[in-house]
Design a protein. Structure first.
Lengths: 357, 326
C-alpha cells in the first residue's frame, strides 16, 4: 500500500481462463458446450484444416506458386475459437494471420490463396460479405472495428464487431484510440489479441512493460481477460461471453489469447536468426491441436479411424482448393481501373486506354 | 436568395444532408455542443441528436478510422479534423484503407466518407494550424479532394462530396470562412465533383487557382483589366480527379497560364497542372507557364505568413510577365 495519507480510488484485477492443460487433462470446470462432442470435433477439424492449409500454402510459396504468406502455425485455437463464437451477421476484422477465422466464417480457401498469390480478386469473397479483408498495416483495422460497431449501435442492430490483432499491434496508437472510443460509447465490439509472443523478431518483453495485455482494456473502461490461447475451449468460452456481453449492450471486451508463433513471421522470415530452437521446441508441447486431440482421446473416445478421416478430409479439401486456385487465370491489366471509384473519372479513363493501346 | 458566409454554407449543407439521409453522421473534436471551433456544426447536435452529431475523444487517427468502418457498413460518415496540421495521423487510414477499400475488395466493400478540415494560412493562427497539404492528398489514388472557394459552391460541393460513393477529403479555406459572402439557396442540389468553374471569362491569360487564393486571383484579374489585360480565372474546385478539359480549353484559348496556390512550390499541385499543359497543350502556349506559390520554406508563424502567401501584387506581376513574353 502506498502512503497512508493517500486513499484508494480504483482497484482492478485481470483473470485468466484455461480448461484443458497441455497434456489434455482438465484443470477447471468445463463450459457446457464442451459436452457437445460434435461441436468439439468441428473445432478440431477446423484447426486441422487451418494447419493443413497453412502448410500447403507454404509449400506453394516455396515452389514459386504463391507470394509471401503469413502462417498461423500454433495459433489455430485463437482464430477458430473466436470465429466459432460469432454469429453469421457479426463482422470480423482480421489481421493477416487469421486465416482460420475466415475459413470458419466460410471464406473459400481459393480466395485466400488468390489474395496471397497477388490478386485482389481474392478479397472479393462470397462468404461473410461484410467481413473485412486481411489487414496488413498492423493494428490499423482496429479503429475501423469501432466504426463498424458504431454503425450497429446506431441502427440498433444486435450485431457485434470482432477484431483480431497481434501483441505487436497493442503498441500502436490505433489500438488505444479505438479501445478508448469504444469504452466511451459502450460499443458492441470485441477486441482479441493473438499474443503469440513475437512481432517478427521483437519479443513481448520489448513490446510492453505491462504485466498483461488484457489489462490495457481497464484504462479504456471495460473488462479484459486473459485466456490460454492454445486451449480452443477456453478461447471459445471467453469469446462467447465477450460477444454475448457486447450484443446485450454491455459494451466492449478485450480478450488476450496467450499462444505462441511456432512458425516464422512469414515465408520471408527466418526466425532462427532471433530465437533459439530450444525455445520453439518447448512450445511445441503446448500446441492446440495435439492438446484437443489428447482431450478427445481420453475423454470422448476419439478413435484412430476418426482421426484418419479428419486428416484425409482436410487434405482433400485443401488439394481441391489449390487446384481451383491454380486454375484461376490472371485478369486483364486494364481491370486495375475497374474498382478504383464507383465510376471511373474521365481523367483516368484516358489512362486506362493507355494500357489498352 | 439569402446572402451567407462560406462557413454558413457549410453548416447549411451539413444540416441538409442530416435532414435528408438518416445514414449521415457528423463527428469530430468539439463539433457537438460547441458547434465546432469555426462553428461549422453550430446547432446541429441540438437539432439532430447526440447519436448523429457527436464529439469524439481527441483522437484524429480514430476519426478517420471510424469513418472507414461506418462507411463500409453503409453509413455516410462526415468526420471533422479541427485544423489541417492535425490531419497527418489520418494519412495512414486514407492511403492504406479509405482510398483502396473498394479496389482491394474488388467492389465488395466501399467507403463513402467525407473528411472535412480547414485549409490554409492567413488567420494569424498558432503553429501547425495553417497547413496547405492538398498536393499530398491529391497524390492518393482512389481519393477525391475538393476545395470550395465561395459559399455558393461550398454548399453544392459539400453535398456532392457527401453523396459521392467514394471517399472525399473536403478542404475548407479557413481565411475566407467569413470573408466572403454569396447567395445560397438551400435547395439540396449538389454540384459535380469533376468540374472546374470558370469564375471570370477572359482572352489573354488563364489564371488557375483553388480555395482561398481564388479571391485574391479574382482581385488580381480586376487589377489586370485596368491595364487592358483580360484574364480568365478558373476555380479548380476539385483537385482529384481534376477537370483537365476545362484547363486545357482555357489555355488553348489564351496561350498563357499562371497557376496560383499557397502551398509550397516543389511537388505542389501547380506542378501537376503545368505538366498537363506541357504534355497536351504545348503548341498553344505563347509563354512559359508560371507558378505563384508559397515558398519551399516551412510555413512561417503569423508575423511572416503574409510574406509567404501569394499576394494580389505577386499574381499581377506574374500575369503581366506571361502576357509580355514573346
Amino acid at each position: 500500500m502506498v502512503g497512508e495519507e493517500l486513499s484508494l480510488v480504483a482497484q482492478f484485477e485481470v483473470r485468466r481462463r484455461a480448461y484443458i492443460a497441455a497434456d489434455g487433462t482438465v484443470v477447471a470446470d468445463l463450459p457446457s458446450f464442451a459436452s457437445d462432442r460434435d461441436l468439439l470435433v468441428s473445432l478440431y477439424r477446423a484447426m486441422m484444416l487451418t494447419r493443413t492449409f497453412d502448410l500447403r500454402a507454404v509449400s506453394l510459396q516455396r515452389t514459386g506458386r504463391l507470394g509471401t504468406y503469413a502462417v498461423s502455425l500454433g495459433q489455430e485455437a485463437v482464430a477458430t475459437g473466436v470465429a466459432s463464437a460469432m454469429r453469421e451477421e457479426d463482422v470480423l476484422l482480421p489481421s493477416y494471420r487469421d486465416n482460420g477465422a475466415l475459413l470458419w466464417r466460410g471464406v473459400a480457401m481459393e480466395n485466400i490463396l488468390l489474395f496471397w498469390g497477388g490478386d485482389e480478386r481474392g478479397n472479393n469473397w462470397s462468404g461473410p460479405i461484410q467481413d473485412f479483408p486481411f489487414c496488413i498495416p498492423v493494428g490499423s483495422q482496429v479503429p475501423q472495428a469501432a466504426g463498424v460497431a458504431y454503425a450497429f449501435k446506431y441502427r440498433k442492430e444486435a450485431r457485434v464487431a470482432v477484431c483480431i490483432f497481434g501483441d505487436g499491434a497493442t503498441s500502436k496508437g490505433d489500438v488505444w484510440e479505438a479501445m478508448n472510443f469504444a469504452g466511451v460509447w459502450k460499443l458492441p465490439v470485441v477486441f482479441v489479441v493473438n499474443n503469440n509472443q513475437w512481432a517478427i523478431s521483437v519479443p513481448l518483453k520489448l513490446q510492453t512493460g505491462s504485466q498483461t495485455l488484457a489489462q490495457k482494456a481497464i484504462a479504456a473502461g471495460f473488462p479484459g481477460e486473459q485466456v490460454d490461447g492454445n486451449d480452443v475451449i477456453a478461447v471459445r468460452a471467453a469469446s462467447e461471453a465477450a460477444i454475448a456481453a457486447a450484443r446485450e449492450g454491455n459494451g466492449p471486451r478485450l480478450i488476450e489469447a496467450v499462444t505462441y508463433r511456432l512458425g516464422d513471421h512469414t515465408t520471408a522470415d527466418d526466425a532462427a536468426r532471433y530465437r533459439s530452437p530450444e525455445e520453439v521446441q518447448a512450445r511445441w508441447k503446448e500446441e492446440p491441436i495435439v492438446r484437443l486431440r489428447s482431450y478427445l482421446v481420453s475423454r470422448a473416445g476419439w478413435s484412430k479411424a476418426e482421426e484418419e478421416q479428419v486428416v484425409s478430409e482436410c487434405e482433400q479439401r485443401v488439394t481441391a482448393a489449390i487446384e481451383r486456385y491454380l486454375a484461376a487465370g490472371s485478369r486483364p491489366p486494364q481491370t486495375m481501373f475497374d474498382h478504383l471509384y464507383a465510376e471511373l473519372p474521365r481523367a483516368y479513363a484516358r489512362q486506362r486506354k493507355e494500357i489498352e493501346d | 436568395m439569402p446572402e451567407v458566409t462560406l462557413i454558413d454554407a457549410i453548416n447549411l449543407a451539413l444540416a441538409r444532408a442530416l435532414a435528408d439521409d438518416p445514414n449521415v453522421v457528423v463527428f469530430g473534436e468539439d463539433v457537438g455542443v460547441n458547434g465546432g471551433v469555426f462553428r461549422a456544426t453550430a446547432g446541429l447536435q441540438q437539432r439532430f441528436g447526440i447519436e448523429r452529431v457527436f464529439d469524439t475523444p481527441l483522437s484524429e487517427l480514430l476519426i478517420s478510422g471510424l469513418c472507414i468502418g461506418m462507411a463500409a457498413q453503409g453509413l455516410r460518415p462526415i468526420g471533422e479534423i479541427q485544423f489541417m496540421g492535425f490531419l497527418y495521423p489520418c494519412i495512414d487510414h486514407l492511403v492504406n484503407h479509405a482510398s483502396r477499400l473498394r479496389n482491394r475488395t474488388q467492389g465488395r466493400l466501399s467507403c463513402p466518407m467525407v473528411l472535412r478540415t480547414p485549409h490554409g494560412a492567413g488567420i494569424r493562427a498558432p503553429e501547425h494550424h495553417s497547413e496547405a497539404a492538398e498536393a499530398m492528398l491529391a497524390h492518393i489514388p482512389g481519393l477525391r479532394v475538393v476545395m470550395p472557394s465561395a459559399p455558393e459552391r461550398a454548399y453544392g460541393l459539400l453535398l456532392g462530396a457527401i453523396r459521392d460513393p467514394d471517399p472525399v477529403v473536403f478542404l475548407e479555406p479557413t481565411r475566407i470562412y467569413r470573408a466572403v459572402k454569396g447567395q445560397v439557396e438551400d435547395t439540396g442540389e449538389a454540384l459535380p465533383l469533376d468540374v472546374a468553374f470558370v469564375v471570370r471569362d477572359g482572352r489573354d491569360v488563364t489564371l488557375i487557382s483553388w480555395g482561398a487564393m481564388v479571391k485574391d486571383t479574382v482581385a488580381a484579374a480586376d487589377e489586370l483589366s485596368a491595364d487592358g489585360i483580360d484574364a480568365e480565372v478558373i476555380d479548380l474546385a476539385t483537385l482529384k480527379p481534376y477537370d483537365e478539359d476545362t484547363v486545357l480549353a482555357s489555355v488553348s484559348k489564351t496561350g498563357r497560364c499562371v497557376i496560383i496556390h499557397e502551398a509550397a512550390r516543389t511537388g505542389g499541385f501547380g506542378a501537376e497542372i503545368a505538366a498537363l499543359i506541357a504534355e497536351r497543350a504545348l503548341s498553344s502556349l505563347l509563354a512559359p507557364v508560371i507558378r505563384v506559390t508559397g515558398y519551399d520554406t516551412i510555413l512561417p508563424l503569423p508575423r511572416l505568413e503574409q510574406h509567404y502567401m501569394p499576394s494580389v501584387a505577386r499574381i499581377v506581376v506574374a500575369a503581366r510577365k506571361a502576357c509580355e513574353f514573346g
